[in-house]
Design a binder for this molecule. Structure first.
Ligand code: SF4
Ligand code: SF4
Length: 498
């Protein structure tokens, strides 16, 4: 069978024959690694603690999908709040666009959980068991055992991550109950946990950078969100090329620009130099340290997550050969190409303006929301029943939502001669919860029109600031049956006439 090699590189992590090129990026110590470590461990602590932090009696973030409500820093959102949630998420997306336009893929390289856990939890564990790539491997022997131990620790980390992740959806209390009990008591929850753990293990032990390269949609949006003035990790081609090996220059070697200053020592004639080379010594440290396996010297690429590992690598090389740092640096395409950087760009004014408008609308709508919600819904089954009392009854469902920070009791009533039949009235609803109860509306047939329908007002009140009258169309018999019932009830009411 003949195979055809690609004309050009398709993915940095693909070999020419289509097999995966496994990456083991070397660690490049430097100021950016130190800063990223601080940020990463702060974020790991934050991701872990947020489900434990109570705000208004609920976790700071809880996406309670089974109960169909989200708790976001003290505010509770129900399915009826779709518009509010849409405003909030739209604002967050636009904020990401804004930050990306300003600082490039700072989210990917510094704050994305994929990067944070991969680079600052799983890779350090890997180095612990298998040694540091590019350095003298201090750990020798028992390779298989070390790999097995590494994967055992990876698995333990994945269990921890899966529990952290699920805590955002079920809350720590329910999670703790599940952990203490046998999986057979909650097989569904256990299955979700097992699948999440397996996905985490697959991602961090096997799939790794492929998540950023082929699975995450954010990288694809990059081209639309970046412009030529956005802050990105760039290679200074004008300074670095032509690249090539060269001897170390004496420390404090005058910079190219200094050589033309008045009074500066004369520049050596080109003929006296062995070769006219740029600052890049083609050591490829910036490539071997890259967690996505790309060569930043080839220009801005979709795979670059802006992690700055190549900056630290190259800065250490520049220090060693006595050249100024910054051959690879955070900059913009315009600056590196010698063009002016425009600070005032339309999108930098537009994004904040739209975000401010959306957030203002969000706050106004949120502040104007009532402390409760009530909805009357029909129940399945017959549209009406005839009671022994001669009344007609309709069975309905009443959904009550308590948005307040305290528990509330709602009284359900209607105008006589109709009445509400309910086991417990008033109905108690805990703070931030919703309750659906079944109730019966009983009414005399005299209220019905010829088509067998009437509109009744059901009033729901918490006795304080919430009172909601709801008009509900009840049904009953029509035609001859209705006339019979009406005449019977009239005769019952007036026995003297009989
Ligand atoms: S680390 Fe710097 S000097 Fe080495 S190859 Fe990369 S750009 Fe060139
Ligand atoms: S090119 Fe540099 S900044 Fe981009 S992903 Fe690779 S190491 Fe990180």
């Amino acid at each position: 069978m003949t195979t055809t090699a690609p004309q050009e590189r398709v993915l940095a992590t693909l070999n020419a024959d289509g097999s995966r090129r496994w990456l083991r990026p070397r660690l490049s110590r430097g100021r950016f690694l130190t800063a990223r470590r601080v940020v990463a461990y702060f974020l790991i602590a934050l991701f872990t603690l947020i489900p434990f932090i109570p705000v208004n009696g609920h976790p700071a973030l809880l996406f309670d999908i089974p109960a169909r409500r989200f708790h976001v820093f003290g505010a509770t959102f129900f399915p009826t709040d779709t518009a509010l949630m849409a405003l909030l998420f739209l604002s967050i997306f636009l904020a990401i666009f804004f930050v990306t336009a300003l600082f490039g893929r700072v989210w990917c390289g510094w704050a994305c959980p994929q990067t944070v856990y991969m680079e600052f939890l799983y890779r350090p564990i890997e180095r612990l068991f298998e040694g540091e790539p590019g350095r003298k491997q201090r750990i020798t022997g028992a390779t298989g055992l070390r790999k097995a131990l590494k994967h055992a620790v990876f698995f333990a980390c994945s269990i921890y991550l899966a529990h952290t992740f699920l805590a955002y959806f079920v809350g720590v209390e329910r999670l703790w109950q599940w952990v203490q009990r046998s999986p057979m008591e909650h097989p569904g929850a256990f299955l979700v946990m097992a699948i999440t753990t397996a996905l985490m293990s697959f991602d961090f032990a096997f799939f790794r950078e492929q998540t950023c390269l082929v699975a995450c949609p954010y990288g694809r949006f990059q081209a639309a969100m970046l412009d030529r003035n956005s802050l990105i990790v760039t290679y200074d081609r004008a300074r670095g090329e032509p690249r090539g090996k060269k001897k170390r220059t004496p420390t404090a070697a005058p910079d190219v620009a200094l050589r033309v200053l008045p009074g500066a020592p004369p520049a050596p004639s080109p003929a006296a130099q062995p070769r006219s080379l740029g600052d890049c010594i083609d050591c490829t440290l910036c490539v071997t340290t890259c967690p996505t396996g790309i060569d930043i010297r080839e220009g801005l690429q979709m795979e670059c997550i802006g992690c700055a590992q190549c900056i630290d690598a190259c800065d250490s090389v520049m220090d060693k050969i006595g050249r100024p740092r910054g051959l690879i640096r955070y900059s913009s395409q315009n600056i590196v190409e010698g063009k002016a950087r425009s600070i005032l760009r339309p999108r930098l004014a537009l994004y904040p303006a739209v975000i401010a408008g959306l957030l203002t609308l969000f706050v106004v709508l949120l502040a104007g929301k009532s402390t409760a919600e009530a909805a009357v819904l029909p129940r399945q089954g017959a549209p009406f029943y005839l009671l022994d009392t001669g009344e007609v009854s309709n069975q309905v469902r009443l959904r009550l939502v308590n948005r307040a920070a305290t528990d509330a009791s709602f009284t359900i009533s209607t105008a006589e001669p109709a009445r509400i039949i309910l086991d417990t009235n008033p109905v108690s609803v805990p703070a931030g919860e919703s309750v659906t109860v079944g109730l019966t509306i009983a009414f005399p047939p005299a209220l019905l029109n010829d088509r067998g329908a009437a509109v009744l007002t059901i009033t729901i009140s918490d006795g304080a600031e919430f009172t909601r009258p709801i008009e509900y169309r009840v049904l009953g018999p029509a035609g001859r049956k209705l006339r019979e019932m009406k005449s019977r009830s009239e005769s019952d009411r007036d026995p003297v006439t009989d």
